[in-house]
Ligand binder design. Sequence first.
Ligand SMILES: Cc1ncc(COP(=O)(O)O)c(C=O)c1O
Length: 454
Amino acid sequence: MKQEVQWTSLMDAPLIRTEIPGKKSTELLAIQDKLETSSRSYTTFFRLAIDRGIGSTLVDVDGNVFIDWFGGVAVMNLGHGNPIVINAIKEQLDKITHLTEIPTEARINYLKRLNEVLPAGMRDRSRVMFTVTGGDACEAAVSLARHMTGKRTIIAFAGSYHGIAGGIVNATSNTHYREYAGFYNSNFFHVPYPYQYRFPWPVDKEDISKSVVGYIENIMRDHYSGVPPVAGILVEPIQGEGGYVVPPDDFLPMLRETADKFSIPLIIDEVQSGIGRTGRIWASEHYNVTPDIMCISKSIGGGIPISSIAYRSDYDNIPPAFHLGTYRGNPLGLAAGASILEYLKDSNILDRVRTKGEYLKRRMIEVQEGSRIIGEVRGKGYMIGMEIVKRGSKEPDGKAASAIRESMLKSGVLMHTCGHYSNVMRFMAPLTIEDQLLDKGLEVLSESVKKTEG
Ligand SMILES: Cc1ncc(COP(=O)(O)O)c(C=O)c1O
């Protein structure tokens, strides 16, 4: 039986009762500023303190109610406090909250649920390795690719973001941990992503994928390319932090062919684009491409930090303790994850995300048509970017994007930016957001664009 969508948001949002930040937020922010590192980023954009999250709404400590188009950086795909997820966590809370690799029912249930929703070519043919964060999963993926090929260089893409974890393994004394992990700058070679709006060299739009993939093949074929032997290709199926960039349809299939041709793993990083964000459980499913190794994190734990890689079972001849960590596979996260995957599979939420995503894009294109500072609107499902430029040009305008974000915040909508120049407004609301909150958010976005432009 199909599960119903859980509608729980506060429908009077946005409701702004005080200055932002309000008095109580200001007090808490002052203490945070005094006691916590200044090395923070989100608290420079969103100056407020939160009391609680309900569905796709947030209530700050001064009682202001916000529409959440931020979702804790694309983590809360089923919204805050979703009863399905909360009940799964509560049930687990009474049993055990931390262990190790020793199985619990939560762990086995998660493994079964994940296997059921893996891309068709991976289902029943994959193994899962638990990690903790998105960056940790990407590290494990890269180590595995190196182990499989005996080579060290990874092809990555301009605009990519795979985390900033890593390096500390070099300080660990047992050398076997350092055999495949432990990276240096020189172990990665970045090539352009097929970012049609800002591609670095002149090429016809329809030839962009061919141009990028041809370049990669040339690197691997030419012993004078200057790039050491390649161990794998690491790619986001739709780029997240790089600007919500959707590649041409032929790009991932071409990368798949190239990886096969050169017998190297294709590592697909679904940390941000996965778990239904684009209207399919995995963004790579839009392109019918099967990864050799897939990185999974963010929304899978419903706010509890868990992550993993899934990889071809014929890669599974790795030594024990290949990639370690005390907190891998936390039972609370696994219980949350299993409930989320079951819900995505059994509800009609993904159909809704695809249809509503198209609606949102259309409405944002209408805003673009009435503006001269929106260069492009692009995306799939609920992963939509709006690129802000200097009036009537293609020159990126991060300052204007930041002004739009600030104006939206003051009007009660959290919307963040991304992109090479921090100039892309990004829609990453929970998949369970109500229609009215989409429309109210769109009004606030449109007004804020007008205000910034004026
Ligand atoms: C595609 C992608 N991969 C990896 C990461 C890193 O995840 P984490 O911040 O959990 O290390 C991110 C984070 O935004 C991401 O978007």
